[in-house]
Design a protein around this ligand. Structure first.
Ligand code: GRF
Length: 224
């Protein structure tokens, strides 16, 4: 059964780039499809478009500079420690990685176990890592898509929450395929956040079960 919340889920978004997934989540919150509030948008890149998007919607944006941490043997952990402090100060309940181009360490992963999500532009476990749309084309995949998963220490390895599938067309370039996948990303990420807000996600080993048996985990095949 879904748990009724007394106040909106407190979400932080970590992003390094253009922030279109952040935008989809903002739009879904503003449109009433997702019962959450974004209490911080944090970037490791000063000029990230994601930060501009946050500002445009009156959301708190923070650039956390990795430079002061560089050079130390524990630079990644120290950086994540700084982020953790911010997240805890703001009572963040769910962290969303949205085009966040930094590997998160155990410092954050453990503090937010089963409370941190990532979106990845392939049907995991195929093609973790980078340039995955090109890899899907090069492998002759007929289907590709995107995956929302909980974050664990292994890159793109955590339990899968939702996936969206799209066809790979003969004339596709990495760019055309990426654009088709992105449309699905913008649907499934807000949906995953809402499922979390409703308390309907249960992690069972590698699997995420979606409470109440409704077919929300189905693949979405786009009609292009
Ligand atoms: C998306 O393709 C996402 O799947 C990947 O990075 C990209 C981020 O895009 N992790 P945006 O910054 O949300 O527009």
């Amino acid at each position: 059964m879904s748990a009724k919340r007394s106040s909106p889920l407190r979400v932080a978004v970590l992003a390094s780039g253009r922030g279109s997934n952040l935008q989809a989540i903002i739009d879904a919150i503003e449109g009433g499809q997702v019962q959450a509030q974004i209490v911080a948008v944090i970037s490791n890149k000063k000029d990230a478009v994601a930060l501009q998007r946050a500002r445009a919607h009156g959301l708190p944006d923070l650039f956390v500079d990795p430079k002061p941490f560089a050079g130390r043997p524990d630079s990644r952990e120290a950086y994540d420690g700084a982020l953790l402090e911010i997240l805890q100060q703001r009572n963040v309940e769910l962290v969303l990685l949205a085009g966040y181009m930094k590997i998160v360490t155990a410092v954050l992963v453990n503090a937010f176990a089963s409370r941190m999500m990532n979106i990845h532009p392939s049907l995991l476990p195929s093609f973790p890592g980078l340039e995955v749309q090109k890899k899907a084309i090069d492998w002759g995949c007929k289907l590709s898509g995107c995956t929302v998963h909980f974050v664990t220490e292994g890159v793109d390895e955590g339990p899968i929450i939702l996936q969206g599938a799209v066809p790979v067309l003969d004339g596709d370039t990495p760019e055309t395929l990426a654009a088709r996948i992105l449309e699905q990303e913008h649907k499934i990420y807000p949906r995953a956040v809402q499922l979390f807000a409703e308390g309907r996600l249960k992690v069972d080993g590698r699997r995420v079960l979606i409470d109440d048996g409704k077919p929300v985990g189905e693949a979405i095949i786009s009609s292009s």
